[in-house]
Design a protein around this ligand. Structure first.
Ligand SMILES: [Zn+2]
Length: 238
């Protein structure tokens, strides 16, 4: 990890005077020898940089690549990591205020995946924290329509209302998704728990699938278009 001079990154005006700690969200070819990197950095939030030729593995990013080595060796883990990065990429914009907390959430999540923690749990926890961060925290404790407290029974979930809908309101509302009392229990747990507490969750496979489908539906609704990686993940599992 011998950092290259910072002036190999462009635009130089942004990077000349300091190093950045960054995760590469995506990259694309740019001309013959260059690559355009979309980075999420601790110092600047989301930003892009032009990597000149072979200088692309650069700076402290070299440390990051080593730290996440297992994510590149296992196809399932790679696709989970891609999903994590795609969500952040799709929901953030360059030149927003920098967000050290989002950077920390990203790097902690990638570290958890790399350390072979249960990916289902790592991803669901990440989704819930990311929704908080983005201002889309779902309402899970009272009905998002009538505001009555949600009781321990099967409910509905509304993407447009951003939360749980009680069975009574659910009779008359369109475009609702069912959510079992068990699935809701885990989503609530992740919403208000530390990661250490969340790791005690041991849901069955059916509940895992239910929460995954629901959360991906919610994110897709929020983005108003399909995410690429869930479909990819589904394919390689088959
Ligand atoms: Zn209601």
């Amino acid at each position: 990890m011998n950092p290259a001079p910072t002036n190999t990154l462009m635009p130089e005006t942004k990077f000349r005077s300091f190093r950045v700690e960054a995760v590469v969200l995506r990259h694309s070819d740019y001309g013959e020898a260059d690559r355009l990197l979309t980075l999420y950095t601790r110092q600047l939030g989301k930003t892009s940089a032009l990597a000149k030729g072979r200088d692309m593995l650069i700076l402290t990013q070299a440390d990051t690549v080593d730290a996440y080595q297992p994510l590149r060796e296992d196809l399932i883990l790679t696709s989970h990591a891609s999903y994590v990065m795609e969500l952040l990429d799709r929901f953030t914009y360059e030149d927003e205020t920098e967000s050290p907390s989002a950077f920390r959430l990203l790097t902690e999540t990638l570290s958890r995946l790399a350390s072979k923690s249960d990916p289902w749990l790592v991803i669901r926890y990440y989704e819930m924290r990311l929704l908080d961060h983005l201002g889309f925290r779902p309402q899970l404790f009272e009905c998002a329509n009538c505001r009555r407290e949600i009781k321990a029974e099967d409910q509905y979930f509304s993407f447009s209302a951003g939360g749980v809908i009680c069975p009574r309101c659910g009779q008359g509302l369109p475009n609702l998704h069912t959510i079992s009392v068990e699935a809701l229990k885990y989503l609530r747990h992740f919403q208000r728990s530390s990661y250490a507490d969340a790791t005690r969750a041991r849901p069955g496979l059916d509940i895992q699938q239910e929460t995954e489908t629901l959360m991906q539906g919610y994110f897709t609704y929020l983005l108003e278009r399909e995410l690429n990686t869930p479909g990819f993940l589904k394919k390689i599992r088959e």
